[in-house]
Design a protein around this ligand. Structure first.
Ligand SMILES: Cc1ncc(COP(=O)(O)O)c(C=O)c1O
Length: 426
């Protein structure tokens, strides 16, 4: 993408963007929630669609001049239903929520009353802030826990897998209005059928937040929650490889309330340019190559998990079904922060993360979370996971040896530069 105008008008900003582009090329981006959008997505997001105000829904706007915006939003919604094989008679979709957190809040705002009980996965075990997170001392952190009453379920402390009998017990005890599955750091597929059965047993709605797995579901690498859930929310920027944004799918009886909750409940005019970028990503996700891509993401993650197990790392649940690997570093007496910082010095970008039964705080937790969607988008395959695991191991073990980290940095950069970055180089 050329930046001629930006160079002329704002050299300072251009220089920063250029530096970020170099960083994206030279480092291995291994945060599970990140990816590289295509040039086509970038072109749509950078288009003049951002000039238009379009409060309301497609073909029902408060402002004039939305003739084309209406078709763009409608096309995006049709593609969204198509990618997930949904019957438009049974399902509706909203594509306006600006982020996943806003999408989730929009659902609660539409279907719950303040003070209602929401049940979700404990954050330290892999849940998400927007599912009603309160600190262990009871202090609400997210708006969702200020307004609603959250109760949590935990993974099994030994196996670190979901314990559905426990989920059921907690649901029966607290009778939540909504049960939420999904999170940021749970490496295994969720039994959506069982979650729905539990929700039905207590008369709760069942919402599957598949922010992380959206692309894997679209590409067939992970199972779909749609046969079971009442509501499915997702972000578009992760495995789905679209721009920042979100989608809320809901059974027809809930979608009107959700639409009103997004606008005028929580937002004003939608980000038409982002919606157009989502449309492009959805078209790409419907292609056969995307199926291959998502299969490769999982193969890469599984191979990386095994390589790390072989090097003595405590991989939570022993592996992964998805795009992410969660490592508990307590057996090595290393903090998540120290490991993540050492890896960054070696040009490998991961994030520190809490792990099940973590007694440390999220700011300096006991684990790291590693993901393969972005490196897979660059064309990196399973065979390279040995090399990457080796670099990771060397960086973590030699985290105080700046000379060694500097050498690793060069090796990783040279390797990374052999793989083009989609949207930048191809
Ligand atoms: C499971 C889950 N839900 C919701 C979100 C929120 O998405 P956003 O960062 O777009 O608000 C995330 C983000 O990582 C997530 O992992």
């Amino acid at each position: 993408m050329a930046y001629e105008n930006l160079i002329n008008e704002d050299q300072e900003l251009y220089t920063l963007i250029e530096s970020e582009e170099h960083r994206q090329r030279e480092q291995l981006e291994m945060i599970p929630s990140e990816n590289y959008v295509s040039l086509a997505v970038r072109e749509a997001v950078g288009s003049p669609l951002m000039n238009k105000y379009s409060e309301g829904q497609a073909f029902k706007r408060y402002y004039q001049g939305n003739e084309f915006i209406d078709y763009i939003e409608d096309l995006t919604k049709k593609r969204a239903l198509g990618v997930f094989n949904l019957d438009p008679e049974l399902w509706g979709v909203n594509v306006q929520a600006v982020t996943g957190s806003v999408a989730n809040l929009s659902v609660y705002n539409a279907l719950l009353q303040p003070g209602d009980t929401i049940m979700s996965m404990f954050l330290y075990d892999g849940g998400h802030l927007s599912h009603g997170w309160k600190l262990p001392n009871g202090k609400p952190v997210s708006m969702t826990s200020k307004v609603y009453h959250p109760v949590y379920y935990y993974v099994d402390p030994q196996t670190r897998w979901f314990n559905y009998d426990e989920v059921e017990k907690i649901a029966l005890e607290h009778k939540p209005k909504i049960i939420i599955s999904g999170g940021t750091a749970y490496p295994r597929e969720i039994d959506y059928k069982r979650m729905k059965e539990i929700a039905d047993k207590v008369g709760a709605l069942y919402m599957a937040d598949v922010a992380h797995e959206a692309g894997l579901i679209a590409g067939g690498a992970n199972k779909s929650p749609f046969p079971y859930a009442d509501i499915v929310t997702m972000t578009t920027r992760k495995t789905l490889r679209g721009p920042i944004g979100a989608m809320i799918f809901a059974k027809k009886e809930y979608i009107e309330a959700i639409n009103s909750s997004v606008f005028p409940g929580l937002q004003g005019g939608p980000m038409n340019h982002s919606i157009a970028g989502i449309a492009v990503a959805l078209k790409q996700a419907a292609q056969p190559e995307f199926k291959e891509y998502t299969k490769q993401i999982v193969e890469n993650a599984q191979s990386l998990a095994q390589e790390l197990v072989d090097r003595g790392y405590d991989v939570c649940t022993g592996g992964t079904d998805k795009h992410l690997v969660l490592i508990d570093l307590r057996n090595l007496d290393i903090t998540g922060t120290d490991a993540a910082v050492a890896l960054e010095k070696a040009n490998i970008i991961v994030n520190k993360n809490t792990v099940p039964n973590d007694s440390a705080k999220p700011w300096n937790p006991s684990g790291i979370r590693i993901g393969t969607p972005a490196i897979t988008s660059r064309g990196i395959k399973k065979d390279e996971m040995t090399k990457i695991a080796n670099w990771m191991h060397l960086a973590i073990m030699n985290r105080e040896d700046e000379k060694m980290l500097e050498e690793l940095k060069t090796q990783v950069r040279d390797f990374a530069l052999t793989y083009p970055v989609p949207g930048l180089d191809s």
